[in-house]
Design a protein around this ligand. Structure first.
Ligand SMILES: [Zn+2]
Length: 415
């Protein structure tokens, strides 16, 4: 175990009020830190513990690992490898163009965390002025290879000023599954207010807190997700920077996401969706601590149920294989205490993960061909957010007598 340089906070990253963890998922490795056997001795751990800020209602993890451990040069998550996400981002881009850019003269679109250009290619194809900001150099290179104008820097007020000097202010600033990764939310908000035109919009989407609480999908909580957003906490966080939440639209991606549209205060009519969702969240209790105490109990029950099922199957000598070596699965395997005695291996189609071990739990990751070669009795569905596509695809597994184990929203066996 490496020395742990603690990045734990005792104050809310958004409003500065005192915060404390309401539960702990225990000692946790880097979620995407798939490793070789010889690297086990140096594996890095931190404590994964979420907190709820009673002052501004932001949900956040207390300690985040050293970013250098998380976003090293081998870090290569290419958005475009998922056809489902390609379709989703084409739809996102179309909505942005239809609602905010049509009729504008020579509009300029900026994307934060633009990855390999999966979303900006839709603007590029229409000849629109665009700029991707992608700190991962190797990922940015791929985007540039597709003709997407990209710079590799971290976004904040300084970079915002530099971009304005070179390109002018932006009509739209957008990002997807990026805002929740950035600890310095005030810095990004300050940058956005400088870069955005007075009649521009800032649009982002991320996994949704309301869905996570409702489904006990605690595997949304891992090192990269420093915040889990709700309509309530986004409205409050950005109001501190003069940005008003003018729309919020639920999305089905990542097991339940929300798309937020913000604009300089008073510049736009606020959609009725905002009031409706704020009221729904008050009804759910997302703005009060009690719901998080309940969430903790729900997580503990989920863990107990999953482990008693896996223990039963192990005693019966059944073969269980994990399906999808996702970042999210790291929280589940480590929090629950799943070992290679419970799950023989995890099947995954990503070449860079194959032949390695899962972080912390050290379950071998094997190519998909291994899953097909000899179907197990049970497949533990780590990629539960893609359950519909996966269950459609894997009909031969079911025909051979295989069964799925799911744990969101409840632990159960399904065919
Ligand atoms: Zn706060």
């Amino acid at each position: 175990m490496s020395d742990n340089k603690s990045n734990a906070v005792s104050k809310c990253r958004v409003c500065g009020a005192g915060i404390a963890a309401f539960m702990s998922f225990g000692r946790m490795p880097i979620a995407n830190g798939f490793l070789r056997a010889e690297e086990i001795a140096d594996e890095y751990f931190f404590e994964l513990a979420p907190a709820f800020c009673e002052s501004c209602t932001m949900f956040q993890i207390v300690e985040q690992p050293d970013p250098k451990k998380m976003f090293h040069e081998n870090y290569a998550f290419f958005s475009s490898t998922s056809r489902h996400m390609q379709t989703h981002f084409a739809g996102f881009a179309k909505a942005v163009i239809d609602k905010h850019l049509s009729g504008r003269k020579d509009p300029f679109v900026v994307e934060l965390g633009s990855n390999d250009g999966i979303m900006l290619r839709n603007f590029h194809a229409l000849g629109m002025r665009h700029l991707g900001i992608e700190p991962s150099v190797n990922v940015a290179d791929v985007a540039r290879g597709h003709g997407i104008n990209t710079i590799s820097e971290f976004f904040g007020p300084q970079l915002a000023d530099k971009v304005v000097a070179e390109y002018g202010q932006a009509d739209v600033i957008q990002c997807a599954n990026v805002m929740c990764h950035i600890p310095d939310l005030p810095g990004v908000a300050a940058g956005v207010t400088r870069l955005l035109k007075p009649d521009g919009v800032f649009i982002f989407e991320d996994p949704y807190l309301g869905a996570m609480i409702e489904k006990t999908s605690y595997d949304q909580i891992y090192d990269e997700h420093v915040f889990i957003f709700s309509v309530t906490n986004v409205a409050r966080a950005f109001a501190l920077h003069g940005l008003e939440l003018v729309d919020a639209e639920p999305q089905t991606t990542h097991g339940g996401s929300m798309r937020y549209t913000l604009a300089p205060k008073g510049s736009r009519t606020v959609s009725a969706n905002v009031a409706t969702l704020l009221q729904k969240e008050r009804g759910q209790g997302l703005d009060r601590p009690e719901i998080y105490a309940q969430f903790k109990r729900n997580c503990e029950k989920s863990r107990t149920d999953l482990m008693s099922l896996l223990e039963d199957l192990r005693r019966q000598g059944k073969r269980v294989v994990g399906y999808g070596a996702t970042s999210k699965s790291t929280t589940v395997t480590n929090y629950c205490g799943i070992t290679p005695q419970h799950v023989e291996f995890i099947s995954d189609t990503t070449p860079i993960k194959q032949g390695k071990l899962s972080p912390g739990a050290h379950i071998p990751v094997k190519p998909y061909a291994e899953f097909e070669r000899a179907f197990p009795d049970y497949a533990l569905l780590f990629a539960w957010n893609h359950a519909t596509e996966i269950r459609e695809k894997e009909q031969a597994f079911i025909a051979a007598g295989g069964r799925w184990i799911t744990f969101v929203p409840d632990v159960k066996i399904v065919s």
